[in-house]
Design a protein around this ligand. Structure first.
Ligand code: GLA
Length: 352
C-alpha cells in the first residue's frame, strides 16, 4: 500500500521570471490536507481519508516545482485561462475588431495559449491555514487577448471535505474570459493505474458534439442512447472504446456536458470502489467538460509511478469551448465595470 504524504515546501522553492514559487498547505478538522502552488495557481495534492481512514492522494501531480516545469502535460491541477479549452483557428472578433491568438493545438488556440495562466507565478495571500487567494494581472494583449485582466482565484478547504474554488476577474476593456481548474483525479490514488473502473455520474441531458478539430459544431445533442449518457452511474470504461464518431474524434471523452444544476446540487460524480472515495462536483458554470486523460503519457507522478493514458480524469467546469465564435452559446464577454465570478466545489465523501 502506498503511504501518501504532501510534497515538501522546500521542493517548491524556485524562481521563475524573477518571482519566487512556493508550496502552500491547508488542513481541515476532518483530517483532509491539500497542497497548492502559486506556479499556475495549482492544486498539487488532495489527501482524502479512504474507507479505512487511510489518507489517499487523489490528485495527479509532482513532488517539486521542477516536476511541473518539466512535465509533458502542462495543465496538472492548474488554473487555466484566460480562455480554457479551444478557440477555433486561434481567431475571434469582438466589437468588430479581429484578434489572433497562438495556435498551440493544431490550428486551434488551447487553454489560453503558450503562456497561459498555468505558466504564471501568481501572487498569494494565505488566511488561517484555511484559504489561499492567488492574484494575477494579465497585461493588455497578453497571448493576443484584449484588456488588462485582473484575476483572483481562491481555494478554501472546509471541514466538510470540500475544496471551494472561486474565480473573479475584471477587465479595463471588452474581452472574453473562461476560467477553469484542470486537476486530474484518480480516486484509487494518484499513479494507481487507470480510472476506467470509476463509476461516473453526470446529471446532464445534453452534450456538445465536436468536429474533427475538436471544436464544438454548435449543436447540442441529447445524451440519450449515446455513450455520453451518464445520468445513471456507469463505469467510465463502459463506452470509452465504443465506435461512436464522437468518441473516436476525441480518442475517448473530451466533451462538454450542459449543466442546468444549481450550485447546491452536484452535476457530476465519480466513485472508486477500491478506496470508497467519491468526488462530487458543484459549479455555477454552464458546463462540465469530462476529459478522460486520453493524451496522458510518460509523466512520472508523486509516488514515482507513470501517468499513462486514462491515468486520471478531469471534470473541468467552464463555459462552452469556442464560445467567442459561437453566437448561440452563453456569452463569455466581460466588459469594463462588470465582474466575472464563478465557483467550483470538489466535495469528497465515502460511499461504503
Ligand atoms: C483539455 C483538452 C484536452 C487536452 C487536455 C490537456 O481537457 O480538451 O484535449 O488538451 O486539456 O492536455
Amino acid at each position: 500500500m502506498t503511504t501518501y504524504k504532501l510534497p515538501l515546501p522546500k521542493d517548491f522553492e524556485g524562481k521563475l521570471n524573477n518571482k519566487n514559487t512556493h508550496l502552500i498547505t491547508l488542513t481541515n478538522r476532518a483530517g483532509m490536507q491539500i497542497a497548492l502552488t502559486d506556479y499556475g495557481a495549482r492544486l498539487v495534492s488532495a489527501l482524502v481519508p479512504d474507507k479505512n481512514g487511510n489518507l489517499t492522494d487523489v490528485v495527479l501531480g509532482f513532488n517539486s516545482i521542477q516536476g511541473y516545469l518539466n512535465s509533458v502535460e502542462p495543465y496538472h491541477g492548474a488554473t487555466v485561462g484566460r480562455f480554457c479549452n479551444r478557440i477555433a483557428n486561434g481567431k475571434f472578433s469582438l466589437d468588430a475588431k479581429d484578434y489572433t491568438l497562438a495556435q498551440n493545438n493544431g490550428t486551434n488556440s488551447l487553454h489560453g495559449g503558450i503562456g497561459g495562466f498555468h505558466t504564471k507565478v501568481w501572487d498569494r495571500q494565505v488566511s488561517f491555514n484555511k484559504q489561499v487567494d492567488f492574484y494575477y494581472i494579465s497585461p493588455d494583449g497578453e497571448e493576443g487577448f484584449p484588456g488588462e485582466l485582473r484575476t483572483t482565484v481562491s481555494y478554501e478547504l472546509n471541514n466538510e471535505n470540500e475544496i471551494i474554488i472561486k474565480f473573479r476577474a475584471i477587465s479595463n476593456a471588452p474581452t472574453v474570459v473562461n476560467l477553469t481548474n484542470h486537476a486530474y483525479f484518480n480516486l484509487n490514488g494518484e499513479g494507481n493505474g487507470d480510472v476506467l473502473n470509476h463509476e461516473v455520474t453526470i446529471l446532464s441531458e445534453e452534450f456538445l458534439p465536436l468536429n474533427e478539430n475538436q471544436i464544438p459544431t454548435g449543436e447540442i445533442f441529447p445524451v440519450e442512447g449515446t455513450g455520453f449518457d451518464f445520468r445513471q452511474s456507469k463505469l467510465l470504461s463502459k463506452d470509452i472504446n465504443s465506435q461512436e464518431d464522437q468518441i473516436i474524434v476525441a480518442q475517448g471523452y473530451d466533451h462538454s456536458f450542459v449543466n442546468n444544476q444549481p450550485i447546491s446540487e452536484p452535476i457530476a460524480k465519480a466513485y472508486s470502489k477500491e478506496t470508497g472515495i467519491e468526488l462530487q462536483v458543484f459549479t455555477t458554470e454552464p458546463s462540465v467538460h469530462l476529459y478522460s486523460g486520453n493524451f496522458l503519457s510518460n509523466d512520472e507522478g508523486k509516488a514515482g509511478k507513470k501517468y499513462l493514458r486514462f491515468g486520471g480524469f478531469c471534470f473541468e467546469a467552464q463555459h462552452y469551448p469556442d464560445s467567442p465564435n459561437q453566437q448561440d452559446f452563453p456569452t463569455v464577454i466581460l466588459n469594463p465595470g462588470e465582474v466575472f465570478e464563478s465557483e467550483i466545489r470538489y466535495k469528497f465523501c465515502i460511499r461504503k
